[in-house]
Design a protein around this ligand. Structure first.
Ligand code: TPP
Ligand code: MG
Length: 341
Protein backbone atom coordinates (compact mmCIF):
# COMPACT_ATOMS: atom_id res chain seq x y z
CA UNK A 1 0.00 0.00 0.00
CA UNK A 2 1.46 3.38 -0.90
CA UNK A 3 1.23 6.07 1.71
CA UNK A 4 -1.97 8.08 1.55
CA UNK A 5 0.01 11.14 2.67
CA UNK A 6 1.26 11.55 -0.86
CA UNK A 7 -2.29 11.33 -2.17
CA UNK A 8 -4.10 13.83 -0.04
CA UNK A 9 -5.49 15.67 -3.08
CA UNK A 10 -9.15 14.78 -2.91
CA UNK A 11 -10.83 15.18 -6.27
CA UNK A 12 -14.23 16.33 -5.17
CA UNK A 13 -16.73 17.98 -7.44
CA UNK A 14 -17.73 21.25 -5.83
CA UNK A 15 -21.43 21.95 -5.96
CA UNK A 16 -20.67 25.69 -6.03
CA UNK A 17 -19.18 25.20 -9.48
CA UNK A 18 -22.68 24.90 -10.94
CA UNK A 19 -23.05 28.64 -10.35
CA UNK A 20 -19.45 29.48 -11.18
CA UNK A 21 -18.21 31.05 -14.35
CA UNK A 22 -17.76 29.14 -17.55
CA UNK A 23 -14.00 29.57 -17.33
CA UNK A 24 -13.60 28.16 -13.83
CA UNK A 25 -15.92 25.26 -14.72
CA UNK A 26 -13.76 24.44 -17.72
CA UNK A 27 -10.52 24.67 -15.76
CA UNK A 28 -11.99 22.60 -12.95
CA UNK A 29 -13.02 19.88 -15.41
CA UNK A 30 -9.61 19.93 -17.06
CA UNK A 31 -7.96 19.65 -13.66
CA UNK A 32 -10.07 16.58 -12.83
CA UNK A 33 -9.10 15.06 -16.19
CA UNK A 34 -5.39 15.66 -15.54
CA UNK A 35 -5.54 14.17 -12.06
CA UNK A 36 -7.40 11.18 -13.43
CA UNK A 37 -4.76 10.64 -16.13
CA UNK A 38 -2.03 10.70 -13.50
CA UNK A 39 -3.98 8.14 -11.47
CA UNK A 40 -4.04 5.85 -14.53
CA UNK A 41 -0.32 6.27 -15.16
CA UNK A 42 0.58 5.70 -11.53
CA UNK A 43 -1.83 2.77 -11.29
CA UNK A 44 -0.18 0.97 -14.20
CA UNK A 45 3.25 1.55 -12.65
CA UNK A 46 2.09 0.11 -9.34
CA UNK A 47 0.93 -3.08 -11.09
CA UNK A 48 4.02 -3.45 -13.27
CA UNK A 49 6.20 -2.93 -10.20
CA UNK A 50 4.38 -5.82 -8.53
CA UNK A 51 2.49 -3.90 -5.85
CA UNK A 52 -0.99 -4.62 -7.25
CA UNK A 53 -2.19 -7.67 -9.15
CA UNK A 54 -3.98 -6.18 -12.14
CA UNK A 55 -5.09 -2.79 -13.39
CA UNK A 56 -7.53 -1.43 -15.96
CA UNK A 57 -7.89 2.32 -16.27
CA UNK A 58 -9.86 5.18 -17.77
CA UNK A 59 -7.03 6.96 -19.59
CA UNK A 60 -8.15 8.35 -22.92
CA UNK A 61 -11.80 8.55 -21.78
CA UNK A 62 -11.49 11.50 -19.37
CA UNK A 63 -13.13 14.35 -21.28
CA UNK A 64 -16.52 12.74 -22.08
CA UNK A 65 -16.79 11.70 -18.46
CA UNK A 66 -16.51 15.21 -17.01
CA UNK A 67 -19.23 16.17 -19.51
CA UNK A 68 -21.42 13.26 -18.41
CA UNK A 69 -20.84 14.18 -14.77
CA UNK A 70 -22.27 17.65 -15.43
CA UNK A 71 -25.52 16.13 -16.72
CA UNK A 72 -25.76 13.57 -13.91
CA UNK A 73 -28.10 14.80 -11.15
CA UNK A 74 -28.91 13.60 -7.65
CA UNK A 75 -31.33 10.69 -7.89
CA UNK A 76 -29.80 9.50 -11.19
CA UNK A 77 -28.16 6.12 -11.61
CA UNK A 78 -25.00 5.00 -13.34
CA UNK A 79 -24.51 1.41 -14.41
CA UNK A 80 -21.18 1.18 -16.12
CA UNK A 81 -17.84 -0.45 -16.65
CA UNK A 82 -14.17 -0.20 -15.73
CA UNK A 83 -13.28 2.99 -17.64
CA UNK A 84 -15.30 5.42 -15.52
CA UNK A 85 -12.91 6.67 -12.84
CA UNK A 86 -12.99 10.25 -14.19
CA UNK A 87 -16.78 10.39 -13.89
CA UNK A 88 -16.49 9.09 -10.33
CA UNK A 89 -13.84 11.70 -9.44
CA UNK A 90 -15.81 14.49 -11.12
CA UNK A 91 -19.00 13.64 -9.26
CA UNK A 92 -17.12 13.30 -5.97
CA UNK A 93 -18.14 9.64 -5.49
CA UNK A 94 -14.54 8.40 -5.52
CA UNK A 95 -11.39 9.96 -4.11
CA UNK A 96 -7.85 9.09 -5.10
CA UNK A 97 -7.51 7.23 -1.81
CA UNK A 98 -10.62 5.14 -2.66
CA UNK A 99 -9.27 4.51 -6.17
CA UNK A 100 -5.90 3.22 -5.00
CA UNK A 101 -7.39 1.30 -2.07
CA UNK A 102 -9.38 -0.75 -4.56
CA UNK A 103 -6.35 -1.21 -6.82
CA UNK A 104 -4.47 -2.61 -3.82
CA UNK A 105 -7.48 -4.75 -2.78
CA UNK A 106 -7.45 -3.07 0.62
CA UNK A 107 -10.22 -4.80 2.55
CA UNK A 108 -10.57 -1.95 5.06
CA UNK A 109 -10.36 1.04 2.75
CA UNK A 110 -11.94 0.04 -0.58
CA UNK A 111 -15.42 1.61 -0.12
CA UNK A 112 -16.90 -0.05 -3.20
CA UNK A 113 -16.26 -3.72 -2.62
CA UNK A 114 -14.04 -4.14 0.45
CA UNK A 115 -11.17 -5.34 -1.73
CA UNK A 116 -13.24 -8.06 -3.41
CA UNK A 117 -13.62 -6.57 -6.89
CA UNK A 118 -11.22 -5.73 -9.67
CA UNK A 119 -10.07 -2.13 -9.68
CA UNK A 120 -12.33 0.52 -11.26
CA UNK A 121 -15.46 -1.40 -10.21
CA UNK A 122 -17.76 1.01 -8.40
CA UNK A 123 -20.89 0.97 -6.26
CA UNK A 124 -22.74 3.26 -3.85
CA UNK A 125 -24.55 1.98 -0.76
CA UNK A 126 -28.33 1.53 -0.68
CA UNK A 127 -28.67 1.23 3.11
CA UNK A 128 -27.05 2.89 6.11
CA UNK A 129 -25.10 1.07 8.82
CA UNK A 130 -28.36 0.10 10.56
CA UNK A 131 -29.76 -1.43 7.39
CA UNK A 132 -32.21 1.43 6.76
CA UNK A 133 -32.80 2.60 3.18
CA UNK A 134 -30.84 5.68 2.22
CA UNK A 135 -32.67 8.46 0.39
CA UNK A 136 -31.61 7.68 -3.17
CA UNK A 137 -33.24 10.84 -4.52
CA UNK A 138 -30.56 12.84 -2.71
CA UNK A 139 -27.62 10.72 -3.81
CA UNK A 140 -25.52 10.08 -6.90
CA UNK A 141 -26.30 6.40 -7.33
CA UNK A 142 -24.06 3.74 -8.83
CA UNK A 143 -25.18 0.13 -9.23
CA UNK A 144 -22.41 -2.34 -8.49
CA UNK A 145 -20.11 -2.80 -11.50
CA UNK A 146 -19.43 -6.29 -12.80
CA UNK A 147 -16.62 -7.54 -14.99
CA UNK A 148 -18.63 -9.40 -17.64
CA UNK A 149 -18.79 -6.87 -20.45
CA UNK A 150 -22.31 -5.60 -21.30
CA UNK A 151 -23.63 -7.03 -18.02
CA UNK A 152 -24.30 -3.44 -17.00
CA UNK A 153 -26.99 -3.08 -19.69
CA UNK A 154 -29.73 -5.16 -18.09
CA UNK A 155 -29.34 -3.45 -14.73
CA UNK A 156 -29.50 -0.03 -16.36
CA UNK A 157 -32.69 -1.07 -18.12
CA UNK A 158 -34.20 -2.25 -14.82
CA UNK A 159 -33.36 1.05 -13.15
CA UNK A 160 -34.84 3.03 -16.03
CA UNK A 161 -37.99 0.87 -15.94
CA UNK A 162 -38.35 1.60 -12.23
CA UNK A 163 -38.37 5.35 -12.95
CA UNK A 164 -41.02 4.83 -15.57
CA UNK A 165 -43.21 2.99 -13.04
CA UNK A 166 -42.64 5.62 -10.37
CA UNK A 167 -43.87 8.30 -12.79
CA UNK A 168 -46.99 6.27 -13.58
CA UNK A 169 -47.89 5.10 -10.09
CA UNK A 170 -47.89 7.47 -7.14
CA UNK A 171 -46.33 5.66 -4.19
CA UNK A 172 -46.11 8.08 -1.23
CA UNK A 173 -44.36 5.50 0.94
CA UNK A 174 -41.56 5.17 -1.64
CA UNK A 175 -40.47 8.82 -1.77
CA UNK A 176 -36.84 7.96 -1.02
CA UNK A 177 -36.48 5.84 -4.17
CA UNK A 178 -37.68 8.15 -6.88
CA UNK A 179 -38.63 11.76 -7.51
CA UNK A 180 -41.78 10.87 -9.47
CA UNK A 181 -39.73 9.10 -12.10
CA UNK A 182 -37.59 12.11 -13.03
CA UNK A 183 -34.34 10.15 -12.91
CA UNK A 184 -32.11 9.14 -15.79
CA UNK A 185 -30.41 5.76 -15.85
CA UNK A 186 -26.98 6.35 -17.44
CA UNK A 187 -25.16 3.33 -18.79
CA UNK A 188 -21.62 3.34 -20.16
CA UNK A 189 -20.30 0.62 -22.46
CA UNK A 190 -17.29 0.07 -24.73
CA UNK A 191 -17.63 -0.16 -28.51
CA UNK A 192 -16.87 -3.85 -28.72
CA UNK A 193 -19.21 -4.80 -25.88
CA UNK A 194 -22.10 -3.48 -27.98
CA UNK A 195 -21.73 -6.70 -29.98
CA UNK A 196 -23.12 -8.70 -27.09
CA UNK A 197 -26.66 -10.05 -27.06
CA UNK A 198 -27.69 -8.24 -23.89
CA UNK A 199 -26.82 -4.88 -25.48
CA UNK A 200 -29.27 -5.52 -28.32
CA UNK A 201 -31.95 -6.95 -26.02
CA UNK A 202 -31.66 -3.87 -23.83
CA UNK A 203 -31.85 -1.41 -26.71
CA UNK A 204 -34.90 -3.17 -28.10
CA UNK A 205 -36.66 -3.35 -24.74
CA UNK A 206 -35.81 0.28 -23.92
CA UNK A 207 -37.35 1.41 -27.22
CA UNK A 208 -40.46 -0.71 -26.75
CA UNK A 209 -40.97 0.31 -23.12
CA UNK A 210 -39.93 3.99 -23.59
CA UNK A 211 -37.81 4.24 -20.48
CA UNK A 212 -35.40 7.02 -19.37
CA UNK A 213 -32.20 5.24 -20.38
CA UNK A 214 -29.15 7.13 -21.67
CA UNK A 215 -26.51 4.89 -23.21
CA UNK A 216 -23.00 6.33 -23.61
CA UNK A 217 -20.74 4.28 -25.87
CA UNK A 218 -17.03 4.96 -25.25
CA UNK A 219 -15.66 4.10 -28.70
CA UNK A 220 -11.88 3.72 -28.72
CA UNK A 221 -11.93 1.57 -31.85
CA UNK A 222 -10.80 -1.61 -30.12
CA UNK A 223 -12.03 -4.50 -27.97
CA UNK A 224 -8.63 -5.47 -26.55
CA UNK A 225 -6.81 -6.25 -29.84
CA UNK A 226 -9.86 -6.54 -32.11
CA UNK A 227 -10.53 -3.42 -34.21
CA UNK A 228 -14.10 -2.14 -34.42
CA UNK A 229 -14.38 -2.94 -38.15
CA UNK A 230 -14.05 -6.64 -37.29
CA UNK A 231 -16.52 -6.39 -34.43
CA UNK A 232 -19.41 -4.11 -35.42
CA UNK A 233 -21.42 -4.10 -38.64
CA UNK A 234 -20.43 -1.04 -40.72
CA UNK A 235 -17.72 -0.39 -38.12
CA UNK A 236 -20.06 1.96 -36.24
CA UNK A 237 -22.66 1.24 -33.59
CA UNK A 238 -24.61 4.43 -34.39
CA UNK A 239 -24.83 3.43 -38.06
CA UNK A 240 -25.77 -0.12 -37.13
CA UNK A 241 -28.60 1.18 -34.94
CA UNK A 242 -30.20 3.48 -37.52
CA UNK A 243 -33.35 1.37 -37.66
CA UNK A 244 -33.91 2.22 -33.99
CA UNK A 245 -34.26 5.97 -34.68
CA UNK A 246 -37.58 7.39 -33.40
CA UNK A 247 -40.62 7.60 -35.64
CA UNK A 248 -43.01 10.53 -35.62
CA UNK A 249 -44.67 9.22 -32.46
CA UNK A 250 -41.45 9.11 -30.47
CA UNK A 251 -41.14 5.33 -30.66
CA UNK A 252 -37.49 4.38 -30.86
CA UNK A 253 -34.09 5.48 -29.61
CA UNK A 254 -32.62 8.95 -30.11
CA UNK A 255 -29.07 8.55 -31.46
CA UNK A 256 -26.31 11.14 -31.42
CA UNK A 257 -22.64 11.12 -32.36
CA UNK A 258 -19.94 13.31 -30.86
CA UNK A 259 -16.15 13.28 -30.86
CA UNK A 260 -14.72 12.16 -27.55
CA UNK A 261 -12.15 14.97 -27.48
CA UNK A 262 -14.59 17.81 -28.18
CA UNK A 263 -15.31 19.17 -24.68
CA UNK A 264 -17.89 21.86 -25.54
CA UNK A 265 -19.82 19.53 -27.87
CA UNK A 266 -19.74 16.75 -25.28
CA UNK A 267 -21.09 19.06 -22.55
CA UNK A 268 -23.86 20.25 -24.84
CA UNK A 269 -24.71 16.71 -25.97
CA UNK A 270 -24.94 15.22 -22.48
CA UNK A 271 -26.89 18.19 -21.15
CA UNK A 272 -29.43 18.38 -23.98
CA UNK A 273 -29.89 14.66 -24.45
CA UNK A 274 -30.27 13.90 -20.74
CA UNK A 275 -32.88 16.66 -20.47
CA UNK A 276 -34.96 15.05 -23.22
CA UNK A 277 -34.56 11.58 -21.75
CA UNK A 278 -35.55 12.85 -18.29
CA UNK A 279 -38.58 14.82 -19.44
CA UNK A 280 -39.95 12.71 -22.25
CA UNK A 281 -38.83 9.23 -21.17
CA UNK A 282 -37.47 8.49 -24.64
CA UNK A 283 -34.24 6.45 -24.49
CA UNK A 284 -31.10 7.76 -26.16
CA UNK A 285 -27.65 6.64 -27.21
CA UNK A 286 -24.64 8.95 -27.46
CA UNK A 287 -21.95 7.39 -29.61
CA UNK A 288 -18.74 8.98 -28.32
CA UNK A 289 -16.23 8.50 -31.10
CA UNK A 290 -12.47 8.84 -31.61
CA UNK A 291 -11.41 7.96 -28.08
CA UNK A 292 -7.99 6.52 -27.36
CA UNK A 293 -6.16 4.16 -25.01
CA UNK A 294 -2.85 5.88 -24.19
CA UNK A 295 -1.70 2.92 -22.07
CA UNK A 296 -3.44 0.18 -24.03
CA UNK A 297 -6.27 -2.03 -22.82
CA UNK A 298 -5.01 -3.13 -19.39
CA UNK A 299 -1.85 -3.99 -17.50
CA UNK A 300 -1.96 -7.46 -19.10
CA UNK A 301 -0.73 -6.35 -22.49
CA UNK A 302 0.88 -3.69 -24.62
CA UNK A 303 -1.06 -2.22 -27.52
CA UNK A 304 2.16 -1.47 -29.40
CA UNK A 305 2.06 -5.15 -30.35
CA UNK A 306 -1.14 -4.92 -32.37
CA UNK A 307 -1.70 -1.27 -33.30
CA UNK A 308 0.08 0.15 -36.35
CA UNK A 309 2.58 2.99 -35.91
CA UNK A 310 0.17 5.33 -37.72
CA UNK A 311 -2.69 4.38 -35.39
CA UNK A 312 -0.44 4.98 -32.36
CA UNK A 313 0.55 8.36 -33.78
CA UNK A 314 -3.12 9.23 -34.45
CA UNK A 315 -3.95 8.33 -30.84
CA UNK A 316 -1.27 10.68 -29.57
CA UNK A 317 -2.65 13.55 -31.63
CA UNK A 318 -6.28 12.81 -30.72
CA UNK A 319 -5.70 12.23 -27.02
CA UNK A 320 -8.69 14.00 -25.46
CA UNK A 321 -6.45 15.86 -22.99
CA UNK A 322 -4.28 17.24 -25.77
CA UNK A 323 -7.37 18.34 -27.70
CA UNK A 324 -9.00 19.90 -24.64
CA UNK A 325 -5.84 21.80 -23.82
CA UNK A 326 -5.63 23.07 -27.41
CA UNK A 327 -9.24 24.26 -27.17
CA UNK A 328 -8.64 25.99 -23.81
CA UNK A 329 -5.69 27.88 -25.29
CA UNK A 330 -7.64 28.73 -28.46
CA UNK A 331 -10.44 30.11 -26.28
CA UNK A 332 -7.89 31.97 -24.12
CA UNK A 333 -9.27 30.35 -20.99
CA UNK A 334 -5.98 29.25 -19.55
CA UNK A 335 -4.74 30.26 -16.16
CA UNK A 336 -1.21 29.58 -15.09
CA UNK A 337 -1.81 25.95 -15.93
CA UNK A 338 0.87 23.34 -15.66
CA UNK A 339 0.45 20.70 -18.31
CA UNK A 340 0.66 17.32 -16.59
CA UNK A 341 0.14 14.90 -19.45
C1 TPP B 1 -18.70 -11.47 -21.21
C2 TPP B 1 -17.23 -11.14 -21.31
N1 TPP B 1 -16.54 -11.54 -22.38
C3 TPP B 1 -15.23 -11.24 -22.51
C4 TPP B 1 -14.60 -10.51 -21.52
C5 TPP B 1 -13.11 -10.16 -21.65
N2 TPP B 1 -12.99 -8.76 -21.97
C6 TPP B 1 -12.71 -7.83 -21.04
S1 TPP B 1 -12.66 -6.30 -21.66
C7 TPP B 1 -12.96 -6.84 -23.21
C8 TPP B 1 -13.01 -5.88 -24.36
C9 TPP B 1 -14.00 -4.79 -24.18
O1 TPP B 1 -13.82 -3.84 -25.21
P1 TPP B 1 -14.77 -2.59 -25.30
O2 TPP B 1 -16.16 -2.97 -24.99
O3 TPP B 1 -14.53 -1.91 -26.60
O4 TPP B 1 -14.28 -1.68 -24.09
P2 TPP B 1 -12.85 -0.98 -23.92
O5 TPP B 1 -12.09 -1.85 -22.97
O6 TPP B 1 -12.22 -0.87 -25.25
O7 TPP B 1 -13.16 0.35 -23.31
C10 TPP B 1 -13.11 -8.22 -23.24
C11 TPP B 1 -13.37 -9.00 -24.46
C12 TPP B 1 -15.37 -10.13 -20.40
N3 TPP B 1 -14.84 -9.41 -19.41
N4 TPP B 1 -16.69 -10.44 -20.33
MG1 MG C 1 -13.18 -0.36 -27.02
Amino acid sequence: MISTDTLSLEVTYRESHDEGSFRSDVLHDFWVCLISRQASILGRKEVLNGRAKFGIFGDGKEVPQVAMARAFKKGDWRSGYYRDQTFMFARGICTLEDFFSQLFADTDRDPFSGGRQMNNHYATPLVDKDGEWLDQTKMYNVSSDISCTAGQMARALGLASASKLYRKIDMPSHKTFSNQGNEVSFVTIGDSSTSEGIFWETMNAAGVMRVPLLVAVWDDGYGISVPVEMQTVKGSISKALEGFLPDGNGNGIMIYTVKGWDYPELCAAFEKVSLKVREKHIPALIHVQELTQPQGHSTSGSHERYKTPSRLQWEKEHDCLVKMEEWIIRMKLQNKMISMH
